[in-house]
Write a protein that binds this ligand. Sequence first.
Ligand SMILES: O=C(O)CCC(=O)C(=O)O
Ligand SMILES: [Fe+2]
Length: 201
Amino acid sequence: MDLDRLAEQGYVIVPKFLAPEQCHELYQYATQLAPQDWQQAGIGRADQYTTNSAVRQDKIRWLQREVPYENAYLRMMDQLRVEINRYLFMGLFDYECHLAHYPPGAFYRKHLDAFKGRSNRILTTVFYLNPEWTEADGGQLVIYGDRGEVLETVLPEAGKLVVFLSDVFVHEVLAGQRDRYSITGWYRLNASIGGIVDPTR
Ligand SMILES: O=C(O)CCC(=O)C(=O)O
Ligand SMILES: [Fe+2]
């Protein structure tokens, strides 16, 4: 992964972050989950959490260390965290992530993943699991610059990882024609102060 690029432009797109076999396993895992394994995605954290289908319509599943397939991904992202800290001195403290499933037609309107000075979400990672995704399938991630210009339009293709600063880049997920699977996560700083434990979600 090109950490210089991340440092320079605030985001990086890695077309083949994982080998095809690893992507395929995660894809199989995500697609065989039962409806009760998923929850309606919301906006906001902890006591500010609400669901709002006008803003986002995906279903999510927080990954847990107790589930082997899920732990494997978490451990890999832990390694990446150490690498980023070593190289960019970011002091990232931990990582949380969820699987996301966007059924056909589902979207996530323009948003930031964190607000300046208000959140401990520092870096967003999005990893895509979708084999043979084409332009016609839609479901692109659009990343905007600070004047509202389009910086990147990203196809959610299997193996691709996108990493960006959570409080800098407005982004959105366009509606697609197919079921769209991804793993979205956040590297966080430890914002616990005065013995008050900061909730992870
Ligand atoms: O799936 C994507 O491309 C982005 C998802 C996203 O923006 C989020 O979950 O906050
Ligand atoms: Fe987001």
